[in-house]
Write a protein that binds this ligand. Sequence first.
Ligand SMILES: Cc1cc2nc3c(=O)[nH]c(=O)nc-3n(C[C@H](O)[C@H](O)[C@H](O)COP(=O)(O)OP(=O)(O)OC[C@H]3O[C@@H](n4cnc5c(N)ncnc54)[C@H](O)[C@@H]3O)c2cc1C
Length: 408
Amino acid sequence: MSEVLIVGGSIGGLTLGLMLHRAGIPSRIYESAPDIKPLGVGINILPHASQDLCGLGLEEPLSRAGILTREAVFYNRFGQLIYSEPLGRFAGNASPQFSIHRGDLQLVLLEAYRERAGADRVLAGWRCTGFDQDSSGATAYFRDTTTDAELPPQRGTVLIGCDGLHSVIRKQLHPDEGPPLYSGVNMWRGVAPWPSFLSGASMVRAGWHEGGKMVIYPIRNDVDGRGRQLVNWVAEIATPKYKARDWNRAGKLEDFIDAFADWHFDWLDVPALIRSTENILEFPMIDQEPLPWWSRGRVTLLGDAAHPMYPRGSNGAGQAILDARVLTESLTGYRDPVDALSAYEAVRLDATANVVRMNRRNPPDAILREVFVRTGDKPFRNVEDVITHEELRAITEGYKQATAGSAR
Ligand SMILES: Cc1cc2nc3c(=O)[nH]c(=O)nc-3n(C[C@H](O)[C@H](O)[C@H](O)COP(=O)(O)OP(=O)(O)OC[C@H]3O[C@@H](n4cnc5c(N)ncnc54)[C@H](O)[C@@H]3O)c2cc1C
């Protein structure tokens, strides 16, 4: 197999490059950002996906860069505990759950790919503008991101669009698709150094979208030599208006802080954490209706380009990693690359559509919705009067089954 062209050098594209390299298939990665900088905030990799990163020999650098998540804890907005469960290795899984800065994850993957495949195989500042293909290969077209000058067309056996939510490859394959779909929930996010809270590796979800929900978890240990962690927080609030998603759009404190003004819990002072954050980002919770197909001949999609989803189940990066594994297996197993792309799509299209729909309907935080609705947003005396342990467990277990079972 000659070279695989990978458009997009983020979680999906870099993982694919690493897996192809291990399988002896050469690739080249074209990334539009002129410098690959650690952008974004926190991200989680659940065991069903971390096993693949560990299999690539990345457990050690990821453990150093991030946190091995210990437990999920759910509270109402009054700080009353609803449910907790162990996560990752602490739940008996063979692989850990990582909570990590998205940029740290991207840099671990980038460093490994450059070291193993060769630094010249990642081309930064190459913005793909489109492709065409014939019976022997695919050609991708590029412009220099900084100068807009045309760059030489690149040819490979197949072309994989790993170019995220605003994918040009997806746009060319599906020109009539409408804009992303807004969930009705807007998000403000940030990170701040903070003393360790709860277990020091707890993923907290609290409140609900009507009135305000928070997701809070640490993503780096000891950031100041005094044991403070880098803590990631996300405020999610039902909001009718939204601005188009730009991962780097600055958010304003006054637009959302009121919802959390009295969240002074004995384990964490939430408004103080938010106020200590230097850069607040704002982006809407959006997804796209699952596509009827991803592949045409020698071109296909992977990761967010194929199936953008609400970030409500820690599965965005994870599903991109599972795509990369299945695509690598298909490219290794089929002689004809067109058959390989079809086989990949046959395994992953419905599986990921299912995750997109689960994230709309019943991700783990549906626990919070149930308690919010059943209590009428009032404190409870005893959580068992509101919802049983079995019901709570069924929500998180149902999600795990639907998302982790999708690739095997
Ligand atoms: C800057 C940024 C910040 C993010 N921050 C968060 C976050 O804080 N939390 C979270 O849950 N998710 C975040 N995400 C999304 C998250 O990374 C994805 O949901 C998930 O990891 C799947 O990754 P992916 O590789 O499929 O897509 P993405 O991570 O979106 O990567 C797509 C890559 O393709 C590149 N690209 C786009 N267009 C072109 C083009 N025309 N030519 C060449 N390259 C192109 C992009 O620069 C990017 O590197 C962020 C994505 C980006 C790009």
